[in-house]
Each structure stands twice: as C-alpha cells, then as structure tokens.
Design a protein around this ligand. Structure first.
Ligand code: NAD
Ligand code: TYD
Length: 338
C-alpha cells in the first residue's frame, strides 16, 4: 500500500506519518509538502532516512507538479492534510487560503480521477459548521449540521469539502471526509493557542487572550485524531463524512490558566486583547457516528494530554525556538538540499 500524505511537514500530518510508521510499517509513505511557513522538515527528521518514506517538495495547487507526483509514485491512497490552517492569517490574507485549500484540493481530486485511486481522504474541520451559542450546551455539531462558515479559513475548508462530495457524486471518486475539533500535542506551530501560550509563558511574555477568553473549543489530542483517520481509511464508508471529537469542551481562559499553573507561572501574564473579527463562540462535536460505526473513542484525557504537551515543549525547546527566531526556514533549505 502506497500512501500519499500531503501537508506532512505540518503539525497533524507529521504526527500522522509517525503514527503510520508505527501502526503500519509495511506501508510506503510519500509526503508531499510545499514547506510554507508552517512546514518544518525538522519535524520529519526521525523518519526522513527510513526506507519506505519519501519527501517531495511541491505545491498541491501546482497541477503539473501534482500530476508529476501521481505519475511517478502511483499512490493507492491520498490523505490531504495540506492547508493554510490559521484563522487569524485568513482574516489578514484570504487569497492564499482559497489557492491552497480550494484550488489545491481540486488539483488533487483531478489527479485522483486521472490516475485512479483506492481512496481520497480529506482532512477537514468542525469549523465548517460555524459556531454554537454558549447558552445552549445541549447543541452539538452532527454530520447533518448545515455548513455555516464564519472565517475565510472555514469557508475555504467547507468549499473543499463540497468539492470532494461533488467529485464523489459526479465522478464516483472514492472519497471520505473527516471533520475534527481543535487538536493539540507535540509539533504544533507556536501561533496556535496552546503552543503560543506555552512559549510566551516560558519567556515571561504577556499571554494574549482574545476578548474575555470565554470562547469554547473541543480539544482532542493529536494522536487520537490520527487513530480516527487510520480507522476511516480502513473501515470508513465511501462518500461518508465523519465528525471527530472527544467531548472535551474548554473555555480558552481555563486552558491558559491551566498552562500557567503547570509551568508555575503567574496569572498576571494574562493580557486581554482585542477580540478576533467574527470570532466563533463555541465548537462542540457529536462523535456518535464514528463511535457507533467504527468503534473509535479517544484514549487521551485532556489533563494527561496537556501535561504531556507542555512537557514536550519543555523538552524540545530547539524545535520551537528555531521557529520563533525564524531560523527554521534556513534549516528547511539545508535539509531539503541534503
Ligand atoms: P499546519 O498549518 O500545521 O500544517 C499545514 C502543512 O501543509 C504545512 O506543512 C504546510 O507546509 C503544508 N502546506 C500548506 N500549503 C501547502 C500547499 N499549497 N501545498 C503543499 N503543502 C502545503 O496545519 P495542521 O494544524 O497540521 O492541519 C492539518 C489539516 O488538518 C488542515 O487541513 C486543517 O484544516 C485540518 N485541521 C486542523 C485542526 C487543528 O486543530 N490544527 C483541526 C481540524 C482540522
Ligand atoms: P486557535 O488555536 O487559533 O484555533 P481556532 O481559531 O482554529 O479555534 O485558537 C483557539 C482559540 O484561542 C480561539 O478561540 C482563539 C483563541 N486565541 C486567543 O485567545 N489568543 C491567541 O493568541 C490565539 C492564537 C488564539
């Protein structure tokens, strides 16, 4: 089985690659990644020289390059993690989100049609459902919840999902889609809430909390997300959307306080800043389908996962310090040239 994993130099894709090496050592893995600001080859160091793993630098929106990769590698399965993934950046500059997340997905889908594929899996997000009010805790996102996006990021991800469904219905392409809640864990780029707060707290810098910090996210440890995708690839129904989430809703402010407490840092570092434009209030996944159909359940409790994550950032300072000082992009060039 040869699997093409796009966006594998990013947070979730790289964790997925490491998990797949462990869970399916017989698979051949090809990672295709553009190495944008979010891609980091240092993350893939442990697998880079292994037989059965190959890295290709390419842009999923570059149709010619994508076709070239399919022609040369003939993957059986494609898992598309490649995306512009940060909501704040999408508010500043939406265009690149449409190029990568929409046009890039379309180029991959067309390549799948042209060269044939056993499965195309689209890694999507619960953000396509918009948000839920804080005062209706009985409401959850199910696979039937209408798409109702808020940010350019979520609009681009929803568009990609619609394209996947259209290619399934129109051309019979064997697709699956997963919509996961917020992930956390090792190798997350320090622009996202949890790693940013850890890095700032360690540097005794202010921790910028948007608005009043009351927005709720449903947090899942990254390895649990990887296990869910692995299950969907093995047993998921073609054409199906699966929501992934672990019923772990937390207010932003509570997460920030928890990180400060684990690190023994004072709450006076918390700084309330101007709210994000169009800020979604609450995300909450109903994971009944993936549980009842595929038997998936998360195994990592948040209290354990957050401690493991904080410890990982303490133990791997060079990884994120190279990012913060900007040196990692030169590292990428060097590693890639080698
Ligand atoms: P990330 O930003 O950490 O990594 C994205 C990766 O994609 C990087 O390696 C980057 O270089 C690569 N990339 C970007 N544009 C590319 C292009 N045009 N061609 C090839 N590669 C490109 O993102 P992440 O947090 O690992 O998210 C991975 C996927 O999971 C995304 O599709 C995202 O929408 C989805 N998702 C993320 C979360 C989360 O909490 N992080 C939750 C649900 C779904
Ligand atoms: P983020 O990690 O960007 O993920 P998403 O926007 O995809 O949910 O943000 C998580 C939550 O944390 C979100 O409600 C915005 C908030 N947030 C802050 O309060 N301060 C910050 O500096 C960041 C990056 C996020």
């Amino acid at each position: 089985m040869k699997m093409l994993i796009t966006g594998g130099a990013g947070f979730i894709g790289s964790n997925f690659i490491v998990c797949m090496r462990k869970w399916h050592p017989d698979h051949t893995l090809v990672c295709l990644d553009k190495l944008t600001y979010a891609g980091n080859l240092a993350t893939l160091k442990p697998v880079m020289d292994e037989p059965g793993f190959k890295f290709i630098k390419a842009d999923i929106a570059d149709r010619e390059a994508v076709y070239g990769v399919f022609e040369a590698e003939k993957p059986d399965v494609v898992v598309n993690f490649a995306a512009e993934s940060h909501v704040d950046r999408s508010i500043e500059n939406p265009s690149v989100f449409l190029e990568t997340n929409v046009m890039g997905t379309q180029a991959l889908l067309d390549a799948c049609r042209k060269y044939g594929i056993q499965r195309y899996h689209q890694v999507s997000t619960d953000e396509v459902y918009g948000d839920l009010p804080l005062d209706r805790p009985e409401l959850f996102f199910t696979e039937q919840t209408p798409l109702h996006t808020s940010s350019p990021y979520s609009a681009s991800k929803a568009s990609a999902d619609l394209l996947c469904n259209a290619y399934h219905r129109t051309y019979g392409l064997p697709i699956t889609i997963s919509r996961c809640s917020n992930n956390y864990g090792p190798y997350q780029f320090p622009e996202k809430l949890i790693p940013l707060m850890i890095a700032n707290a360690l540097a005794d810098k202010p921790l910028p909390v948007y608005g009043e910090g009351l927005n709720v996210r449903d947090w899942l440890y990254v390895e649990d997300h990887c296990a869910a995708i692995d299950l969907i690839l093995q047993q998921g129904k073609i054409g199906q959307v699966y929501n992934i989430g672990g019923h772990n809703e937390m207010k932003n402010i509570d997460i920030v306080k928890m990180i400060l407490s684990i690190l023994g840092k004072p709450e006076s570092l918390i700084t309330y800043v101007t709210d994000r434009k169009g800020h979604d209030m609450r995300y909450a996944i109903d994971p009944t389908l993936i549980h009842s159909e595929l038997g998936w359940l998360p195994v990592t409790k948040f209290e354990d996962g957050i401690r493991t994550t904080v410890q990982w950032y303490l133990d791997n300072r060079p990884w994120w310090e190279r990012i913060i000082c900007g040196e990692y992009q030169a590292d990428n060039e060097r590693m890639f040239t080698n």
